[in-house]
Design a protein around this ligand. Structure first.
Ligand code: URA
Length: 207
């Protein structure tokens, strides 16, 4: 089976899993290119996403689309999803047990797509991947997680509330494009660094 079929099968599986919380809301599985090099991950669907069954279609989504196009991409080139796949009531933050319940599905979605870069949108999603990171300090930075680059960026909804955040989000988007283009080099550099650290540790333990 190809990635598109694997994703469709996963969507079917999640749709009928009635052990998952937030059953009263619609499923927003995620959408985009199954071969995407970059995956954007938000927190959970909001009102418009629940209504349409698609991620990031409200005001924040329109800004996300604009930034994607400014990077020379199209929305259908990338993949967009959320940690929790159903809307929490009144858009409250998802509870830890809701995140835990949806976790295997997100992990499988990422495994199937196998992107080069994961871009968590906002603090909440960032802390899912990087529990110790701080959004103002770490957004726009590149982290290595397994064989993937993780670059947390501001949530577009935050940029709609602050022109300073908007400016930083635009800069991070430019950096994101360069990270995707330079993926192999960045991975190699990190692997080289890790090897050197290992060698140093081994040498230190010898004398
Ligand atoms: N905010 C999110 O985090 N996800 C969406 O899908 C929409 C808004």
């Amino acid at each position: 089976m190809g990635k598109a079929e694997d994703l469709a099968a996963l969507e079917q599986k999640i749709a009928v899993d009635d052990s998952l919380p937030l059953q009263e809301a619609n499923l927003v599985f995620g959408e985009g290119n199954p071969e995407a090099e970059v995956i954007f991950i938000g927190e959970a669907p909001g009102f418009y996403e629940d209504r349409e069954g698609r991620p990031f279609v409200g005001r924040a989504g329109q800004l996300l689309d604009k930034l994607i196009v400014e990077n020379g991409w199209r929305r259908e080139d990338v993949y967009i999803s959320n940690i929790v796949k159903r809307r929490p009531p009144d858009n409250r933050d998802p509870f830890p047990k809701e995140i835990e319940a949806y976790k295997p599905y997100l992990a499988e979605q990422i495994r199937i797509i196998d992107p080069k870069v994961i871009a968590p949108l906002g603090r909440f999603s960032m802390n899912y991947f990087l529990p110790k990171a701080k959004i103002s300090k770490d957004q726009g930075k590149i982290f290595l997680l397994k064989n993937k680059l993780v670059m947390p960026i501001y949530h577009p909804a935050a940029a709609l509330r602050s022109s300073g955040v908007m400016e930083e989000l635009r800069l991070s988007f430019q950096k994101l494009k360069r990270a995707v283009e330079r993926y192999s080099e960045l991975i190699e550099n990190r692997e080289q660094q890790e090897k050197e650290e290992e060698t140093k540790k081994e040498a230190q333990s010898l004398f």
